[in-house]
Ligand binder design. Structure first.
Ligand SMILES: Cc1cc2nc3c(=O)[nH]c(=O)nc-3n(C[C@H](O)[C@H](O)[C@H](O)COP(=O)(O)O)c2cc1C
Length: 144
């Protein structure tokens, strides 16, 4: 089996996203991710996105390339990418949660490898991932 790869990025919505915008986006993303066997989580708040993707490297890169072409956001910045020891969002072809501004800010400013994303360290040791998982554990019940 090919090793697991993870990629996390942040971006800014080009306009405020309402519930139906998000539903359409998620429906499309989930169908596509299921076909590619990519799992992950998307957090949205204050017109900002933070998204974590996991799968084989080729699959993650293919999905990320598609994501970069979406018109609903811009100013994408990869926060970290690298080897993943296991899937953290096994159940989610794309989990979604809205989050208060403070949480999105915390996630996007967390210590990811953003200064050197090409280093491709083991993502499991990242402070940013620990933050995302803590938020997800507390709020996943509310996730749609
Ligand atoms: C924040 C965000 C996250 C997305 N996540 C995924 C994803 O996980 N998988 C995927 O295949 N597409 C993803 N997409 C792409 C959308 O599913 C969809 O193809 C795109 O938004 C259509 O945009 P358009 O208006 O430019 O046609 C994402 C798009 C955005 C804006």
């Amino acid at each position: 089996m090919a090793p697991l790869h993870a990629l996390v990025y942040q971006s800014h919505a080009t306009r405020p996203m309402d519930a139906s915008d998000l539903d359409v986006l998620l429906l499309d993303a989930r169908v596509n991710n299921e076909l590619a066997n990519v799992t992950g989580a998307l957090v949205y708040g204050n017109q900002q996105f933070v998204q974590y993707l996991e799968g084989t490297r080729a699959d993650v890169e293919q999905i990320y390339a598609r994501i970069t072409r979406a018109s609903q956001h811009h100013r994408l910045e990869i926060l970290e990418q690298g080897r993943a020891d296991a899937r953290r969002f096994q159940r989610w072809h794309m989990g979604f949660s809205e989050a208060p501004q403070s949480v999105v800010q915390q996630l996007s400013q967390a210590q990811w490898q953003r200064d050197a994303p090409w280093l491709e360290d083991d993502i499991a040791s990242s402070v940013g991932l620990a933050r995302l998982l803590a938020f997800w554990k507390e709020d996943a019940v509310l996730a749609r």
